[in-house]
Write a protein that binds this ligand. Structure first.
Ligand code: NAP
Length: 284
């Protein structure tokens, strides 16, 4: 039971089919434990044509801010007053702040991946990476990778044209990018040449694709570091296959929590202590 008073402020999540999101749990926990007065709700927008009205409602209802998720991260940009540098580069928003009547778009997925890589000590310098998927999350990863001294990036996707577009967007930043079809002949060579494998498709996701991995188990070797952006379940089929080969595995849960923490800091202006983040990761 939530008790709301006049000082309380509203936060929320805009997306479609998002009833199972962990975001309310994370943000309400943070607000509560930090003694703040924010309440986070799910705003499921079933019909794309209602998106504009939902954005206008942020101002009308004086909502402090929202996260934006699939499938609205790109479409939402045209309704905002301002976007930050990361959004300009990535073309996707996952956080909107109501700054005294002005709607400003940010992308904290990038911060999420950055923190995950830093905290787990993943070093990308002079490494070859296979990134599976070429959607919004993949773009955030490529943007991060562009700032590392990467040796080579294999962009692996079901739809080649989408991976080609992502390659074009970052060609100036990463010298060697090769596009590979997920079901194509070159997949095993790409994985074999890679040090790090990152899954940014929803394959492995609970309830929808749970027992599915984007690649066959036999392609994974002990030398690999395998990162799965899917965080539910914590150990996906891909991570289990990698674990069975004694490869290093990293779950996307930390990325989820750090992107949430960054959004929370943007909305509230409060800094979340690292110990609190660790507590969240262990208890979620
Ligand atoms: P997106 O923009 O819709 O992109 C989805 C990508 O997955 C596309 O490359 C798509 O390939 C591929 N894909 C989808 N279904 C597939 C299938 N059945 N077989 C093969 N490939 C398939 O979504 P997104 O925003 O990048 O998010 C992708 C996933 O990343 C989400 O499901 C979520 O679990 C995870 N994620 C995690 C975090 C985190 O904080 N840990 C943050 C963001 C996202 P096509 O181009 O061929 O359609």
């Amino acid at each position: 039971m939530i008790t709301v008073n006049n000082k309380d402020q509203i936060l929320g999540l805009l997306g479609k089919d998002i009833e199972f999101s962990l975001s309310p749990k994370i943000h309400n926990y943070l607000s509560n434990i930090m003694g703040l007065n924010y309440h986070y709700f799910i705003f499921d927008i079933e019909d794309q044509t209602d998106l504009k009205k939902a954005i206008e409602a942020i101002l009308v209802l004086k909502i402090r801010g929202v996260n934006v998720t699939i499938p609205y991260k790109k479409d939402v940009i045209k309704y905002l007053d301002r976007i930050d540098q990361n959004v300009k580069r990535l073309g996707a928003v996952n956080t909107i702040k109501n700054e005294e009547g002005e709607l400003v778009g940010y992308n904290t997925d990038l911060d999420g991946f950055d923190e995950l890589a830093y905290n787990k000590g993943v070093n990308f310098a002079h490494k070859t990476v296979s990134l599976i998927g070429a959607g919004g999350a993949a773009a955030a990863v490529v943007y991060y990778l562009a700032k590392t001294d990467l040796k080579k990036l294999y962009l692996i996707n079901r739809t080649i044209s989408r991976a080609e577009q992502l390659k074009k967007d970052f060609l100036q930043d990463i010298l060697q990018i090769e596009v590979i079809e997920l079901s194509g002949d070159r997949l095993s060579t790409a994985i074999d040449h890679s040090d790090i494998i990152i899954n940014s498709t929803p394959l492995g996701l609970q309830d929808r694709y749970e027992q599915i991995s984007p690649i066959k188990a036999e392609l994974i070797k002990e030398k690999h570091t395998v990162i799965d952006l899917v965080y539910k379940p914590r150990i996906t089929k891909l991570l289990q296959d990698a674990k069975d080969k004694d490869a290093r595995i990293i779950s996307g849960i930390e990325m989820l929590i750090y992107q949430a923490v960054k959004s929370f800091e943007i909305w509230t202006g409060s800094i979340v202590e690292y110990d609190l983040v660790k507590e969240l990761i262990n208890n979620l």
